[in-house]
Design a protein around this ligand. Structure first.
Ligand code: FES
Ligand SMILES: [Fe+2]
Length: 427
């Protein structure tokens, strides 16, 4: 199967072949061409704020240690012992100058350097002279405004170049606080019986908002009758390198600077003051965009930044074509007042958390798709043409241009590898 998208601009039709959600070979190719070559989010730099802080992370199928070493540098160490391979750090997070392997007790500084092993007399003096017995580090680790990414391809373009014009939207998220964002403690981890690409699509799919999350909107409208008049309006934008964003008027409170009637009156004044401060800092127009608009951003292939009533960074990775593991981190402005933080977190848990109103709905929808792909042999194509008739640059947030952009990037990367293989075979 080498024709897995059909992109017909004339006919305003865009199709995706459903085999990409179920095929094992496809997953192997994705690992090689996408997860081994793209910039992948590992975490926020405030998750490891202090020297010696570390967190275990699974990124692109690897076990990594996200660590702030004693020299202040942020590193991504492969969590495997150079001796016989055991996982070195077993705790999910902690603070330590030294990592000690459970198996034979080799120990390593938190920059990965081997500093001791029992029974040293059994090894030559210059045993680690070349550093080959240190914990190995991912060579490419780069940070954009607190968002730290790794790349397993040493020749990859810089993160800055990779993010391209998506940086404009990340900036809007980060600039809601003059002090930047911080990760709130804890991570939400869950799994979904569906292909990972379905979640990438879902994350910038405003079209499903009303029908899929009807219960949530019904409740919100009961709390705030004004909401009935609010339409989910905005635009869908295709960004560089397969990234995409939907930006639309927030129908609910944003603890940045937009009050909602379900919050105390006291907060209303606070929000107004914050809005004035934002405008002082960035001018009216940018302040309005930061405070009153939601943004759902997909950074290709598997980072979603939701800037809605709370801010989350979510990543996901497939363990099989029909199964993915998801990790979600909540981010919030540094120095935020406690009452605001509480309003934010209530919002977050109520909608975005895995036990909230939205995420279970979404997961249900994705699992329904995956389940029905059992019919792939007879029913082969997904349709994501919505908005194509409007022409380039005119897409609404409820259109599907964001997904088409993802798929075009996906297709380009996979096709490139297929073409190379063909060339080799023909030689
Ligand atoms: S496997 Fe780590 S010390 Fe032996
Ligand atoms: Fe949703």
């Amino acid at each position: 199967m080498d024709q897995f998208i059909r992109d017909n601009v004339e006919k305003s039709e865009f199709l995706v072949n459903r085999s990409v959600f179920t095929d094992r070979e496809m997953l192997a190719r994705e690992r090689a061409e996408i997860f081994n070559k793209c910039w992948l989010f590992i975490g926020h730099d405030t998750e490891i704020a202090e020297l010696g802080d570390y967190k275990r992370k699974k990124v692109g199928g690897r076990n990594l240690l996200f660590v702030r070493s004693q020299d202040g540098e942020i590193r991504a160490l492969f969590n495997t012992c150079p001796h016989r391979g055991a996982l070195i750090a077993r705790e999910n997070e902690g603070n330590s100058r030294v990592f000690r392997c459970f198996y034979h007790a080799w120990s390593f500084k938190n920059d990965g350097e081997l500093v001791g092993m029992p029974g040293k007399d059994g090894f030559p003096e210059d045993f680690n002279a070349e550093g080959t017995k240190n914990m190995k580090a991912v060579k490419r680790v780069e940070n954009y405004r607190g968002f730290v990414f790794v790349n397993f391809d040493e020749d990859a373009i810089s993160l800055d170049e990779y993010l391209g014009n998506a940086k404009e939207y990340i900036d809007l998220v980060v600039d809601q606080s003059e002090y930047g964002l911080e990760a709130q403690g804890g991570v939400q981890e869950y799994s979904v019986r569906a292909n990972w690409k379905l979640l990438a699509e879902n994350s910038v799919d405003l079209y499903h908002g009303m029908p899929t999350h009807k219960t949530y909107f019904d409740i919100k409208q009961a709390q705030d009758p004004e909401l009935k008049n609010v339409k989910l309006e905005g635009e869908g934008v295709e960004l560089d390198n397969g990234h995409a964003v939907i930006e639309y008027i927030a129908p609910w409170g944003r603890p940045v600077a937009q009050w909602t009637p379900i919050w105390d009156d006291e907060l209303k004044q606070d929000m107004e003051r914050m809005k004035v401060k934002l405008a002082d800092r960035y001018g009216e127009e940018r302040a309005d965009r930061i405070a009153n608009y939601n943004r759902n951003i997909v950074i290709f292939p598997n980072l979603v930044i939701n800037d809605i009533m709370a801010v989350t960074a979510r990543t996901f990775y497939p363990t099989s074509p029909g199964y993915m593991e998801v990790s979600g981190y909540s981010l919030a402005p540094k120095g935020e007042e406690e009452t605001h933080r509480m309003a934010r977190n209530d919002n977050f848990l109520e909608f975005l958390g895995p036990g909230g109103f939205a995420t279970p709905d979404d997961n249900e929808a994705l699992e329904l798709c995956q389940e029905a792909y059992n019919n792939n042999e007879e029913v082969e194509w997904n349709d994501i043409s919505k908005g194509m008739v409007r022409g380039a640059g005119n897409a609404m947030a409820t259109d599907e241009v964001q997904m088409r952009n993802f798929w075009r990037q996906y297709n380009a990367r996979i096709q490139e590898s297929l073409n190379k293989e063909k060339e080799v075979a023909q030689r």
